[in-house]
Design a protein around this ligand. Structure first.
Ligand code: FMN
Length: 178
């Protein structure tokens, strides 16, 4: 992308996508169980903290996603925050593969929520669907966090500039150049 000021009279999707690619975000897999118990899940970077009281997050899911359908029908989901080494799992859950859950180790949550990817997540947040809003071709899903499971201190997986990368090692405020 070139730099410089652009006065946008009509913002095209490609321009919006290009500039949002420069806003790296942590990568999660949002999971839910359908009414028949079948696990669903998809890679998401749109997870965002909303408020601490009550502890609430949001995630934007494409309207046609079967994962969204399972979230809405069960009124519950889990957000698996991925470790940096789990980028192949992020790719798997962003692909068209129907056998995603046959290719990872997962377990059902002890209470509210969707499948836990215990080998690949650094933390899992189990949520109850509190509200949702349709915006364009996505649905913004708000989840009230009911349980938090911290699994690992490994660095998080990030996505930006159209590629995966680990969160850089902590240099700390006193480190050279920090
Ligand atoms: C790094 C990354 C982040 C993504 N974030 C989102 C997201 O926040 N919301 C979304 O709807 N799709 C997102 N996607 C695309 C979905 O993962 C992809 O469309 C996936 O195939 C959806 O699964 P489904 O077909 O079972 O719904 C992302 C993809 C990648 C690679």
């Amino acid at each position: 992308m070139t730099t410089g000021t652009t006065v946008a009279h009509a913002v095209e999707p490609d321009g919006f996508r290009a500039v949002m690619a420069t806003l790296p975000a942590a990568v999660a897999i949002v999971t839910a169980a359908a009414a028949d118990g079948r696990p669903w899940g998809m890679t998401c970077s749109s997870v965002c903290s909303v408020t601490l009281t009550p502890p609430t997050l949001l995630v934007c899911l494409r309207t046609a996603s079967p994962t969204l359908a399972a979230v809405v029908s069960g009124r519950a989901f889990s957000v698996n925050l991925l470790c940096a080494r789990a980028y192949p799992v992020a790719e798997l859950f962003a692909s068209a593969a129907a056998d995603r859950f046959d290719r990872v180790r997962w377990r059902r949550p002890p209470g509210t929520g969707g499948p836990h990817l215990a080998d690949d997540a650094r933390a899992v947040l189990d949520c109850r669907l509190s509200e949702s809003a349709e915006v364009g071709d996505h649905v913004v899903v708000f989840g009230q966090v009911r349980a938090i499971r911290r699994l690992s201190d490994e660095p998080p997986l990030m996505y930006g500039y159209r590629r995966y990368a680990p969160w850089p090692a902590d240099r700390g405020p006193g480190a050279a150049g920090g």
